[in-house]
Ligand binder design. Structure first.
Ligand SMILES: [Zn+2]
Length: 416
């Protein structure tokens, strides 16, 4: 068995401790030792670098791109979008993100293609689509009588619209049947939908309770898109695993989340394009109007959550901001209530816990899967962190990086 030795670096193990000098030995896809002065058969020179656990993005849409406006999607062949996905995977992996939760758009086929090595990408849990009430954030209805081309149903990708206790129960079962790892819902209106209001609660308490109960029976957790306070509150009361966005979180709802152990996935990076979108002529005027003058209320929510002690996991909502901007999230968390260490914890072990993967991933410890990111310079200087990611390893295989000498060596192996 080949022992791959990551030699001479510092290790941020993901548990929250400061980086300390140590080597890491990987065998057969797993970390077997973390300590100074180890030996190995194949050496990865890590002097001057810090090793991080593979990073997580707990809210991403791998099957969409920033440039996918409604008009261009409507006028291209249906299958074209699938062929754009590998580039999104590559961009995401190159940032050191080796595990993601896809919050809608990616189906079970993408997960399987990555698992089987057909595509090189981060491991992924898929929500497939998003449950939404009639007129809600995932209702494709358009006032013209046309239907939005985003998230059109196809085999393995059901429509997300559902209403009533029985309707939501059936829909959860349908999405699970299609292979969903997690159930995504919208318990408030959203920004990218023309006919709803982000401050309104969506789904009644009865409907939300039924969604969480049905999902739990089938071994799934629920992630709730929620901007407005009542939409957050109802979802937390129903027992969702995480609140996505949480834009108008207040002290009372933050306290509820602490009490119930609900995660917040703040998706602060999505706000990096708010101003641009407010004047983007390719968006419907109703959508542009929601972005106009919005500012960055999500920063206030993040500070409040940090102060209250809400569990936070990193998620970006890319490509609301383009794929590749994901690490902005670390900078935003660290500028709004978190220490840099807390931000990296949110992107590693806390995220692994949110996704139920903490026994396998999230920290550099013996026994865990060998997802390793080799970073040059200061790992807490987030502004230019993405330019200093030298190598990315997933399950003990080098899957991304820019070290010239390693390119040839590992490209073939990574592709298998
Ligand atoms: Zn999203």
């Amino acid at each position: 068995m080949t022992r791959i030795l990551f030699a001479g670096g510092s290790v941020f193990d993901g548990t929250g401790a400061d980086p300390a000098p140590a080597d890491v030995v990987v065998e057969d896809g797993r970390i077997v030792e973390v300590a100074p002065g180890l030996d190995g058969d194949e050496v990865v020179d890590c002097s001057g670098t810090t090793l991080l656990p593979g990073l997580f993005d707990c809210h991403v849409h791998l099957a969409a791109r920033y440039d996918d406006d409604e008009l261009s999607v409507a006028h291209r062949p249906f299958s074209y979008g699938f062929f754009l996905i590998p580039e999104n995977l590559r961009i995401t992996l190159a940032l050191g993100i080796t595990t993601v939760r896809d919050a809608g758009g990616a189906d079970a086929g993408l997960r399987r293609a990555i698992e089987d090595g057909v595509l090189v990408g981060p491991r992924v849990q898929v929500a497939i689509t998003m449950l939404s009430q009639t007129g809600g954030h995932n209702d494709p209805w358009l006032p013209s009588g046309a239907v939005s081309p985003d998230w059109l149903p196809y085999p393995g990708f059901p429509s997300g619209v559902c209403d009533g206790v029985e309707g939501v129960r059936t829909k959860v079962r349908e999405v699970v049947r299609a292979g969903a790892d997690v159930i995504k819902i919208a318990s408030s209106g959203g920004f990218f939908s023309p006919a709803d209001d982000p401050s309104h609660p969506h789904f009644t308490q009865d409907e939300l309770d039924e969604i969480v109960r049905t999902a739990a029976d089938l071994g799934r957790w629920v992630m709730a898109h929620a901007h407005g306070t009542v939409g957050i509150e109802r979802a937390v009361r129903a027992g969702v695993r995480s609140i996505e966005h949480g834009t108008y979180l207040d002290e009372r709802t933050a306290a509820m989340m602490v009490e119930r152990g609900t995660w917040l996935v703040p998706t602060l990076t999505a706000g990096d394009t708010t101003e641009t979108l407010a004047s983007d002529p390719k968006l419907a005027p109703e959508i542009r109007a929601k972005f106009a003058g919005l500012g960055r209320p999500e920063f206030d929510a993040m500070r409040l959550a940090a102060e209250a002690g809400v569990k936070v996991a990193m998620g970006t909502d890319c490509p609301v901001a383009p794929h590749g901007w994901n690490l902005n999230e670390l900078r935003h968390m660290a500028a709004n209530g978190f220490t840099p260490q807390q931000a990296l914890h949110a992107a590693t072990l806390s995220a692994a816990e949110l996704m139920g993967l903490e026994r396998e991933l999230g920290s550099l410890e013996a026994g865990k899967r060998a997802d390793v990111v080799v970073v040059e310079g200061d790992p807490f200087a987030f502004d230019d962190l993405k330019d200093r990611i030298r190598e990315v390893w997933k399950d003990g295989v080098r899957v991304a990086g820019r070290a010239a000498d390693a390119e040839g060596r590992d490209a073939g192996r990574a592709a298998r």
